[in-house]
Write a protein that binds this ligand. Structure first.
Ligand code: TYM
Length: 358
């Protein structure tokens, strides 16, 4: 365990246990976790309580927690440098979630983009019905109200608590989480000012060298995500991975020199930029500009460059998964450290809010 940890800035981040990790998780979060673990007091967790918001099968939830833990370790997070824990192993989080909710408005939660997206999906509304009134009307409808549960609505409170209970100031995440971070800062300020304390520092996203990324899917639009069904997983076997990349949506090719790029092709270039060298990216950009590009070549290159990143991780995962004792030790040690910090914060919050022992 790092003996300097008291003096280092606290970094916290987590990933929901909803299945194997994909390239979006890797470039948005995991890769950064590994890079920064030497220089900060890092606490990385598996957000199994957040995963409950979509009512997973209980057996699957447990298996998914294990998978992510193994993938964290296989990607290079070192439990001797960083604290690795499971969210539900820290019951202080659940109690503080209840307490913080007393200072969170239903309106601000309902306006959160991720809530609207998830509610829209749960209600089977199309993206065209983007209208908040329609979503609200359906949520409050007697027949559908169970489909959008209260946990989904209060998701940002739970995420804020994850961060604030550890007093983290740096939060490495992908672009889609920035709104949640903004809410976290707002809740921190609100708590501090309501009780006239300065307990909570304001956390910011953290991306050494650049802005948080959005990794696109291969289906032509939007981001890579499990619920979008467009993922390349870190544990995909080479054959399956190559097949997914070769099937990526493109277009009929540039019709004139220096044509603007359609979204599906621009997405392929975004992935290439993340995984390949600048020289290779330039070579394909030049080929696009002078209309000599062959998308098949681009995809082949992309698949090999992705495999160069994922293969070492995939090759380690199974051995790690088989070592149950090791996994148990890692999360027991992590839970102890995470609870140590969380229980101190919770004790302060209880006292500040007026919950005191007789
Ligand atoms: P989750 O589980 O959806 O995603 C985990 C991390 O992966 C990033 N990510 C992406 N980044 C770029 N492009 C993509 N296509 C992409 N897909 C996923 C996410 O931005 C995230 O960093 N609410 C969080 C989990 C969480 C958390 C926290 C994070 C709970 N509490 C406290 C930080 C701090 C979530 O659902 O992430």
């Amino acid at each position: 365990m790092n003996t300097d940890s008291n003096r280092k800035e606290i970094v916290l981040s987590g990933i929901r246990s909803t299945g194997n990790l994909h390239l979006g998780n890797y470039y948005g979060a995991l890769r950064k976790f590994v890079k920064i673990q030497d220089d900060f007091d890092c606490r990385f967790f598996i957000a199994d309580l957040h995963a409950l918001t979509t009512n997973p099968d209980p057996q699957e939830l447990h298996a998914n927690v294990k998978k992510i833990l193994a993938e964290y370790l296989a990607a290079g997070i070192d439990p001797e440098k960083a604290t690795i824990f499971i969210q539900s192993d820290v019951p202080e989080i659940a109690e503080m979630y209840l307490l913080l909710n007393m200072h969170v408005g239903i309106g601000e939660l309902m306006r959160t983009t991720s809530f609207k997206d998830k509610a829209r999906k749960a209600l089977g509304l199309t993206a065209a019905s983007d209208d908040d009134d329609e979503i609200e009307k359906q949520i409050c409808g007697v027949e559908t109200n169970r489909r959008v549960n209260a946990g989904l609505l209060t998701y940002p409170t739970l995420m804020a608590v994850d961060i604030l209970i550890q007093k983290a100031t740096k939060v490495p995440v992908g672009k889609d989480q920035l709104q949640h971070l903004e809410l976290t800062r707002r809740f921190a300020r609100r708590f501090n000012s309501f009780y006239n304390v300065d307990d909570f520092p304001e956390p910011y996203d953290f991306d050494f060298g650049g802005a948080p990324v959005k990794v696109p899917g291969l289906d032509g639009s939007g981001k890579m995500g499990k619920s979008e069904g467009n993922c390349i997983y870190l544990v995909d076997e080479p054959k399956a991975l190559r097949k997914k990349v070769m099937r990526a949506v493109t277009d009929e090719g540039p019709q004139a020199p220096n044509s603007p790029m359609n979204e599906p092709v621009a997405n392929l270039f975004s992935l290439l930029e993340l995984t390949s060298t600048p020289e290779i990216v330039k070579q394909f950009r030049d080929a696009y500009a002078d209309c000599s590009i062959r998308y098949g070549d681009l995809k082949k290159q992309l698949a090999e460059d992705i495999l160069a990143v994922t293969t070492p991780i995939r090759e380690r995962v199974n051995d790690i998964l088989a070592d149950e004792d090791y996994l148990r030790r890692v999360v027991a040690q992590g839970a102890e450290k995470a609870r140590d910090a969380a229980s101190k914060t919770l004790a302060d919050v209880r006292r500040i809010m007026g919950i005191r022992k007789f």
